[in-house]
Ligand binder design. Structure first.
Ligand code: PLP
Length: 394
């Protein structure tokens, strides 16, 4: 989505202004390339934005999930419950830590982790639940918190889709014990690659800062300030640092988040209205208790209506220059999970059935009015055409 042919409208695209470029150039001319003052500044800015006590920057959203699970002490043999409908990075991090992913199904309509399906999966080895705010719709955190408390397990929010969202007036980023964001160019803010974990727990934040720097208790800048060469590696960590260059970009991008969120919601409203009278498709449902962050706009094709075929609709839209996509192939259907954990079809029937019907429609703040109209017209035309041709063939 960072590069595409000029006539294709991608499903997502970053937005960069001259002030973003200037912010990066300023760091390029400074003494700090990697861990310098911009890291702490970006962490503070994002923590304040969501209203969290602590934020820890990491080199990607994936590194952020990994660090979050490390901070919670997830280790070999620990079971972690996660939805089947998510990106592989969510559950890969469980495996990085030697844990066992346990796949829970989602609610029809919203495709969010179904609180009613979790308790049957809890065992004495369960250590955490990961809620994924799929498409930018915050999960039902009151219900999930209740389950987590009753069973004494941690609650994790993979909020990579949901920066700027709210649940019952509370900000995403404050709703779980650890809350994960990504700054991949398709997401709300772009730092090239990058991620962040927000938490109310200073101990978790400290563990994640150590984890991103090889398990060393102090970072280079702290040692320079203290005039000492001495350091101790107290646990096994990684190099998961986010650079000053990237953090400067993140700080600059964050200033524009409110206006970009407004634009994302406006485009979603246009789609809602445009698709309302099309029986061939159903947009995902939205709870009145949330403010949706609209990372993605996902529609479900009503396959019972004239045997609309997702593969053919996908191809027809691509041919018209509409960069539709599919988010996601259920994680438990991937060969790695089938082979390593014996997962497969039937484990999460709602997620699997939705996968067969879903398409992600282009949505990004830089979309022009003309592009929104083009997307809507093409989708309307293609689904009606396929609906009719199938109906007349049968
Ligand atoms: C993007 C994403 C991630 C990973 O983020 P990266 O920055 O690409 O590593 C994790 N979980 C979900 C749900 C995502 O969408």
């Amino acid at each position: 989505m960072t590069t595409s042919s000029p006539n294709v409208i991608p499903y997502a695209r970053q937005w960069l202004d001259e002030d973003d470029v200037a912010a990066v150039c300023e760091v390029l001319r400074s003494a700090w390339m990697t861990t310098g003052p911009k890291v702490a500044e970006f962490e503070r800015a994002l923590a304040d934005w969501v209203g969290a006590k602590e934020a820890v920057a990491l080199s990607s959203g994936t590194a952020a999930v990994h660090a979050a699970l490390y901070a919670l002490g997830i280790g070999p043999g620990d079971e972690v419950i996660a939805p089947g409908m998510t990106f592989v990075a969510t559950t890969n991090a469980i495996v990085f830590q030697g844990g066992i992913p346990v796949f829970a199904d989602v609610t029809p309509g919203s495709l969010l982790l179904d609180p009613g399906k979790i308790e049957a999966l809890i065992t004495p080895r369960t250590r955490a639940l990961i809620a994924v705010d799929y498409t930018g719709h915050p999960c039902d955190y009151d219900a999930l918190r209740d389950i987590a408390q009753r069973h004494d397990v941690a609650l994790v929010a993979d909020a990579c889709h949901a920066l700027g969202g709210q649940y019952k007036g509370r900000h995403v980023g404050t709703l779980a014990d650890v809350n994960i964001f990504s700054f991949h160019p398709a997401k709300h803010l772009c730092t090239g690659e990058g991620g962040m974990v927000t938490t109310q727990n200073p101990e978790y934040a400290e563990r994640m800062r150590r984890f991103r720097n090889h398990g060393i208790a102090t970072d280079f800048r702290q040692r320079a300030e203290q005039g000492t060469w001495y350091y101790e590696m107290v646990d096994l960590g990684y190099n998961y640092r986010l650079t000053d260059l990237q953090c400067a970009l993140g700080i600059s991008q964050l200033r524009k988040l409110p206006q970009w969120l407004r634009r994302r919601r406006e485009i979603a409203r246009r789609y809602d209205e445009g698709f309302r009278d099309l029986p061939e498709i159903s947009p995902l449902t939205v709870s009145p208790e949330v403010s949706h962050a609209y990372h993605l706009y996902v529609i479900l094709l009503n396959l019972d209506r004239g045997q609309l075929d997702r593969g053919r609709v996908y191809k027809a839209l691509r041919d018209e220059g509409i960069g539709v996509n599919v988010h996601y192939i259920p994680v438990h259907l991937h060969p790695f999970y089938r082979q390593r954990f014996g997962t497969g079809p039937g484990l999460c029937p709602v997620a699997e059935a939705a996968y067969e019907r879903m398409l992600t429609v282009p949505l990004f703040p830089a979309m022009t009015e003309e592009e929104i109209d083009r997307v809507q017209a093409a989708i309307t035309h293609v689904v009606q055409l396929h609906h009719r041709s199938e109906a007349s063939a049968s």
